[in-house]
Write a protein that binds this ligand. Structure first.
Ligand code: ADP
Length: 517
């Protein structure tokens, strides 16, 4: 309050009264303007956004009550609080004043303390009212956006879910030709992946809100990384006359050190949008190094799609925002992608901008700092995926792994995937069983895959208990991102590695090769 400047209007025909008020206010943060009569007061009030009006009732031309009524009937002045100044004996004016819309009164001759106390109280109330109105408006807007988001989300989730259930039912037909079975399976996989990316988006937002984003830098080949993205997206737009080109300037270093997972999320979101909103033409993925003294890499995704009107350039980066409702009926989406992009770019220490014109296309550009690579220490980075059917048959004959997961389907997935390798699998459905199995088969177990979230004992507890007895056994944590338990906690508990659910075949095989040979 003390730092704010207030502006009030003092209306009084007596020069000495005005002078008194001027002196009293001179030591405060309240600036005063003065009017001697009704017309002057009304004119000034309508052309200045006053925070309060101190209004003498007895004026020579129009009396204060009438002035107050005029002020309260005008949009520009109706919300300015009015304090009446009267003589003590004039009780009638007081009642009329309140009826006309005044909030308070003060009797002449007034004391400095009383005057300031009344003025300050009403200035405070007015400020709070204004804040309340802004907060209410914000809450209403966010409620509206959430409702739109929820109904959109329901559609987003139902569509792939319907495909999964529908095609799985069709696959129950034993006479289904192999060709169709294959096709239906691939629809189910695609729909599952679609669902997963929606879940990832929602989790990403909740992680941001909980301040749970963590940087995990790793070194990788930028050209390979962008090349893989190009391939993925060429496949995504294969049914449209859209080409996807790569433009990496020569001086861009190949091996860089940054958070690859986050960079991929950013590029994925931008490219998904470009692919979604471009029907024909070109999508360009570019990367260049900024001038020598700035250790910044600039990436861009440029498309020849529908474009975005200028007025929406800032709001598209806000959550749940989609440019046109009827447009997005055709183009699915949650309205979260770009808000995630913006936050992730900022998280990586960079900035993002948009240049776009409706009908011509859009260019999203972001810059992030990059470092010279140092050696990587912990964590599994999915590079090339090795399919298990490409592994030599019975490669792990004689080896034993312990699998602990309360979701039996996960074990079934491991069992089916690793059948050909000849590995022996021990299954525990909770943390306690995992430790029991470990104690019974200690000598034969070559590695353990342990889920972090389990009943009885969680995965971190299981790992700690095993580590007390065996420092060398390879322990691999499995985790769903929802848990927000990251590499640091897993490493501290004694895990050697971490693998994220849903686990892909190639990922699983690669990590097991690392420990089983
Ligand atoms: P959504 O999940 O709806 O795609 P985003 O936050 O990623 O959410 O994008 C918000 C909105 O911005 C989109 O709905 C679309 O209207 C607009 N938009 C984003 N990228 C593009 C683009 N490349 N071309 C045209 N419009 C775009």
């Amino acid at each position: 309050m003390a730092d704010e400047k207030y502006h009030i209007l003092v209306v009084d025909d007596s020069e000495s009264a005005r002078e008194h008020v001027r002196i009293y206010l001179s030591e405060t943060n309240i600036k005063a303007a003065f009017a001697e009569n009704g017309p002057q007061a009304i004119k000034k009030a309508k052309s200045n956004p006053f925070d309060l009006i101190l209004l003498d009732v007895q004026l020579p031309d129009i009396n204060g009550i009438e002035i107050c009524k005029i002020l309260k009937s005008d949009m520009r002045t109706k919300d300015i609080p009015v304090i009446f100044v009267t003589v003590a004996s004039d009780k009638e004016s007081l009642v009329a004043g309140f009826q006309a819309g005044a909030v308070d009164y003060i009797t002449k001759p007034f004391k400095k303390e009383e005057l300031l106390a009344r003025i300050n109280t009403h200035l405070k109330i007015k400020r709070y009212m204004e804040e309340l109105i802004v907060a209410k408006k914000k809450a209403e807007e966010s409620e509206k956006m959430k409702m739109a988001f929820l109904s959109n989300m329901s559609h987003e989730i139902r569509t792939p879910m319907n495909s999964i259930i529908g095609f799985a039912e069709l696959m129950q037909d034993e006479n289904l030709p192999a060709e169709e079975r294959k096709e239906f399976a691939s629809i189910i996989i695609n729909s599952g992946e679609q669902l997963l990316s929606i879940i990832d988006e929602i989790l990403e937002v909740s992680k941001e809100e909980a301040g749970e984003l963590r940087l995990f830098e790793q070194k990788f080949s930028l050209r390979k990384f962008l090349g893989q993205l190009q391939t993925i997206f060429i496949n995504r737009v294969k049914d449209k006359p859209v080409e996807i080109v790569l433009d990496i300037q020569e001086d861009v270093p190949d091996i860089i050190l940054t958070d690859k997972v986050r960079l991929k999320q950013i590029m994925d979101n931008l490219l998904s949008n470009a692919a979604k909103f471009t029907d024909k033409g070109k999508i360009e993925i570019g990367c260049r190094l900024l001038p020598k003294n700035l250790p910044l890499l600039e990436f861009y995704v440029k498309d020849t799609g529908v474009g975005i009107p200028k007025g929406k350039h800032d709001t598209v980066f806000e959550r749940f925002t989609q440019v046109e409702e009827n447009l997005t009926q055709n183009f699915r989406g949650t309205g979260l992608g770009l808000s995630i992009v913006k936050r992730l770019v900022i998280f990586l220490g960079g900035s993002v901008s948009l240049d776009s014109e409706p009908g011509k296309g859009s260019t999203f550009t972001f810059r992030i700092p990059y470092k010279k690579p140092e050696k990587m220490t912990f964590g599994y980075a999915p590079e090339k995926e090795k399919r298990p059917d490409l592994l030599p048959k019975n490669i792990w004959e004689g080896k034993t792994i312990l699998i602990a997961d309360d979701v039996v389907q996960i074990f079934v997935f491991f069992r089916e995937t690793l059948k050909k390798t000849g590995v022996k699998m021990l299954y525990a459905k909770d943390g306690k069983e995992a430790l029991d199995l470990y104690h019974h088969h200690k000598k034969e177990i070559d590695a353990a895959l342990i889920d972090i979230q389990m009943p009885e004992k969680n995965g971190l507890e299981v790992a700690k208990a095993i580590r007390k007895e065996d420092k060398a056994l390879p322990l691999i944590a499995q985790t769903g991102l929802a848990l927000n338990i990251g590499k640091k906690e897993s490493m501290e508990a004694g895990f050697n590695d971490i693998i994220y659910k849903p686990i892909k075949l190639g990922q699983l095989v690669k990590i097991l090769r690392k420990y089983l040979g």
